[in-house]
Design a protein around this ligand. Structure first.
Ligand code: UD1
Ligand code: CA
Length: 457
């Protein structure tokens, strides 16, 4: 096996997306669209991968910052796919082997398909191999023209095709394998004498044929895979196909997904066996979920680490948080970034947390805000408790020791602390530190004015 490089074309704007954002950076199943074909090329063994960039070049480039196998080539003016590849060749000077050419807008392409194509290309010692597909409606694509004996003779674009050629159902996917020597020797021979006045990469096929070199077309079994995304309708279709693939692999790994059609799990998420995921959930941004968890309906989990046997109840939102084992959250709870919950913690309905550490076995079961706080073990937070963490300028810390009982409707005006085993009575506003083993109570004494209503009338 020789060495392998790839060129990914991504200089175009993607006008039909009608977006301020370049097409190839639109996210699909948790990655920018272009990251999918790049991953396929990488998994097929390609190094380096040259991205041809033009529109929003900086944004595309920074998407791959730190990736040592990525090189970028600038195409200032988009003069056609042939011109785009010519721009990439400088970044491949000194490279000898096979060059894969892909488009940045084909997120469904799998590395297995690329590997099969490469094998076919190399086994047949071809100069050029193009991946093709048979389409019922080939409109818009380049068509593969074959001679009477079935050999590929050229590709003709929709806008240049005569009525007979327009009947051809075998289309060009825009994915090719080419011998690097052939590519660099012939790329300059491409002209722009065609309907669009563009340099068509596809002209290389006719050039190879004219020179008596082997030029092959390999029809793919799954036409879905080469689907190019041009507008937001196709973006949604591509996302659906990827979602199915992702969900399928989790299910095969032992995760129960009650309704895969309405479960949105991004690429690169880890979920342990025997975890059950109910409909309407979104899970993304590198989340790791342990074994035997139950994630009820309409839960959103982004960038979280969740231990085994956790129970996340309906409609909760979890962001950048860490949960130990056997933690219960929700329904309708909001864990904001920096929440760290120890084993067996219970967070109930309408509880919001932010930047807190909560020790093992502690509970906040109802209607509470805990922000910028450190809570020990076995703390009970009563209904309606609020950490008043913000004075309008700065955020302040609340510290609560082990085995503390906070009654209902308590405000903890930070910075403030409550020592181990203390009890804060319901309705208290805590403004000074509570020592350990104490009772804190601050209430206006109650007055009953008897007969008051009668006098009013
Ligand atoms: C191209 C093929 C067509 C094939 C189709 C498959 C040519 C001439 N035609 O047509 O046979 O059926 O793909 O989807 O190649 N790009 C650049 N710089 C340019 C022009 C394009 O980077 O100067 C990039 C685009 O951003 C895009 C890709 O190349 O990612 C394809 O270009 P596009 O103009 O969409 O080609 P098609 O007309 O679809
Ligand atoms: Ca009160």
């Amino acid at each position: 096996m020789g060495s392998l490089a790839s060129i990914v074309l991504a200089a175009g704007k993607g006008t039909r997306m009608k977006s301020g954002l370049i097409k190839v950076l639109h996210p699909v199943a948790g990655m920018p669209m272009i990251a999918w074909p790049v991953a396929a090329a990488r998994n097929a063994g390609s190094d380096p991968i040259v991205l041809v960039i033009g529109h929003q070049a900086n944004a595309v480039q920074s998407t791959f910052r730190g990736a040592t196998d990525i090189r970028c080539a600038m195409q200032e003016e988009q003069l056609g796919t042939g011109h785009a590849v010519a721009c990439a060749l400088e970044a491949l000077s000194g490279f000898h082997g096979t060059v894969l050419i892909l488009c940045g807008d084909t997120p469904l392409l799998r590395s297995e398909t690329l590997t099969a194509m490469l094998e076919f290309h190399r086994d047949n010692q071809a100069a050029v191999t193009v991946l093709t597909a048979l389409m019922d409606d080939p409109y818009g694509y380049g068509r593969v023209v074959r001679d009477v004996s079935g050999r590929v003779s050229r590709i003709v674009e929709q806008k240049d095709a005569d009525p007979d050629e327009q009947e051809i159902r075998e289309i060009n996917s825009g994915i090719y394998c080419m011998d690097s020597e052939f590519l660099s020797a012939n790329i300059r021979e491409i002209g722009n004498d065609n309907a669009q006045k563009e340099y068509y990469l596809t002209d290389l096929l006719a050039i190879a044929v004219r020179k008596g070199l082997t030029c092959l077309a390999l029809p793919t079994a799954d036409a879905d895979e080469i689907m190019g995304v041009n507008d937001r309708v196709q973006l949604a279709e591509a996302a659906r196909v990827l979602r199915r693939r992702i969900n399928r692999s989790h299910m095969l790994n032992g995760v129960t997904i009650i309704d895969p059609d309405t479960t949105y799990i991004d690429n690169g998420i880890t979920i342990g066996a025997d975890t059950v995921i109910h409909p309407g959930c979104r899970i993304g941004e590198g989340t790791i979920i342990g074994e035997g968890c139950e994630i009820e309906g309409n839960v959103t989990i982004m960038d979280c680490l969740i231990g085994d046997e956790c129970h996340i109840k309906a409609a909760s939102v979890l962001e950048s948080s860490k949960l130990g084992e056997d933690v219960a959250v929700g329904p309708m709870a909001h864990l904001r970034p920096g929440t760290q919950l120890g084993a067996k913690v219970k967070i109930g309905n309408f509880v919001e947390t932010k930047k807190i550490v909560m020790g093992e076995g502690s509970k906040a079961s109802h209607l509470t805000y805990l922000g910028d706080a450190e809570l020990g073990r076995n703390v009970n937070i009563g209904c309606g408790t609020i950490t008043c963490n913000y004075d309008g300028v700065n955020k302040h810390l609340t510290v609560i020791g082990d085995d503390v009982f906070i009654g209902s409707d308590v405000q903890l005006v930070a910075p403030v602390s409550v020592g181990h085993r203390s009890l804060v009575a319901a309705g208290t506003t805590v403004t000074i530190d509570v020592p350990p083993d104490s009772l804190a109570i601050s209430r206006v004494p109650q007055v009953n004015k008897e007969g008051w209503r009668l006098k009013k009338k």
